[in-house]
Design a protein around this ligand. Structure first.
Ligand SMILES: Cc1cc2nc3c(=O)[nH]c(=O)nc-3n(C[C@H](O)[C@H](O)[C@H](O)COP(=O)(O)OP(=O)(O)OC[C@H]3O[C@@H](n4cnc5c(N)ncnc54)[C@H](O)[C@@H]3O)c2cc1C
Ligand code: FES
Length: 333
């Protein structure tokens, strides 16, 4: 039996089936609630159930505590409706012209751009359209029913292809397959787009913070800003362990020289003597703490390793007066 959800404070409604999560029901009706991982890991979809009953399903206890459940909080990517609901969601966007779809794609190319990063381009079926907001991600559907999330690295499909930057995780099932076996022309089934990592339209200056392949959605945002003739200042910080991890470093230096609004700061945590690194060193999120006295007027977009994203939110709010509502992130959990 289906139920009805009223979403406050925006006062929009959607219907929900027994088997759907609150997030999936909203997305299916064209309403995007704030979310990232969709697996109950990152906590970004947390909101309040004002009335009605939910089943928290497999919401992990370390992400949604007993106390939070008692206070009516829920992870909307896990919770299912057991009655009509009224919920309070922090940010709701109407998805105009964007619908979540499953589709078959063909691997067009695989370029290993560093020892553990491959740029993979997926060819959409002829005539297929795939609309997404720059910064969003897709999920690759594996044969065992599991999924792997990867951000689109261009602001729209280019030549009918979607670009992904895939990091080889030690022992990782899918990324191991990409590095060791995947060949051009192979078919990959994907679903998307997902995620609320997209640019908010305002005049505030921005910090873009990326670690490793967290650069993929940032590249899409930079392309979008270029296409829009942007003037908002953007301070891009990209961190890796060694020089080779910054696989688009030269491109970014050229872009910085060309775009008056872009300032690029690469940061290496373990440069080593061999690469003769003259730039910033240490943890990438800490470089922002050295360079700014306040982020009160800023929006921050952060992507990549969870430790970087979580430390950035904590430290920028505590030490640089950042408004936590102006922090947008995809932690690569
Ligand atoms: C919103 C979002 C966007 C993302 N975008 C990108 C992107 O653009 N680029 C990118 O590179 N990554 C991205 N990620 C991260 C990416 O989805 C994961 O790295 C990916 O799922 C890894 O898949 P895998 O099959 O290679 O590894 P998995 O097989 O899922 O394993 C992941 C890690 O866990 C370890 N592991 C697995 N099982 C166990 C176990 N039982 N015990 C202990 N350890 C275990 C593995 O050794 C490995 O290190 C994103 C993640 C999210 C949530
Ligand atoms: S916990 Fe729900 S989107 Fe990550």
């Amino acid at each position: 039996m289906g139920h009805h959800i009223q979403i406050l404070p925006v006062d929009l409604c959607c219907s929900i089936a027994e088997s759907q999560t609150v997030l999936d029901a909203a997305l299916a009706d064209g309403l995007m609630l704030k979310h990232s991982c969709r697996t109950g890991t990152c906590g970004s979809c947390k909101g309040r159930v004002l009335s009605g009953e939910v089943d928290h399903a497999d919401s992990p206890w370390d992400v949604l505590s007993e106390q939070e459940r008692a206070q009516g909080m829920a992870l909307f990517c896990c919770a299912r409706a057991r009655s009509d609901l009224v919920i309070e969601a922090p940010e709701v966007t109407e998805l105009r012209g964007i619908s979540i779809q499953q589709m078959g794609t063909r691997v067009a190319s695989i370029d290993k751009v560093s020892h553990d990063v491959a740029v993979v381009r997926l060819m959409l079926a002829p005539g297929a359209t795939f609309n997404y907001l720059p910064g969003q991600y897709l999920q690759v559907l594996l044969k065992d029913g599991s999924r792997r999330a990867y951000s689109m690295a261009t602001c729209t499909p280019r030549d009918n292809q979607v670009e992904l930057h895939i990091r080889h995780m030690q022992g990782g099932v899918f990324s191991g397959h990409v590095f060791n076996a995947l060949q051009p022309k192979a078919i990959l089934r994907v679903e998307g787009p997902f995620g609320s990592f997209y640019l908010r339209d305002n005049e505030r200056p921005m910090i873009f913070l990326a670690s490793g392949t967290g650069f993929a959605p940032i590249q899409a945002l930079l392309e979008q800003l270029q296409a829009q003739g942007n003037r908002r200042p953007v301070y891009l910080y990209w961190g890796g362990r060694q020089r080779a991890d910054l696989y688009r470093h030269e491109h970014l230096l050229a872009l910085e020289a060309q775009l008056p609004w872009l300032r690029y700061t690469p940061v290496l945590s373990e440069p080593g003597p061999a690469c003769d690194w003259q730039g910033a060193t240490g943890f990438v999120h800490r470089q922002v703490l050295s360079d700014f006295k306040s982020l009160k007027e800023f929006d921050v977009y952060a992507c990549g390793a969870p430790i970087v994203v979580n430390s950035a939110l904590r430290d920028y709010v505590a030490e640089l007066d950042l408004d936590a509502d102006c922090f947008y992130a995809d932690a690569f959990v």
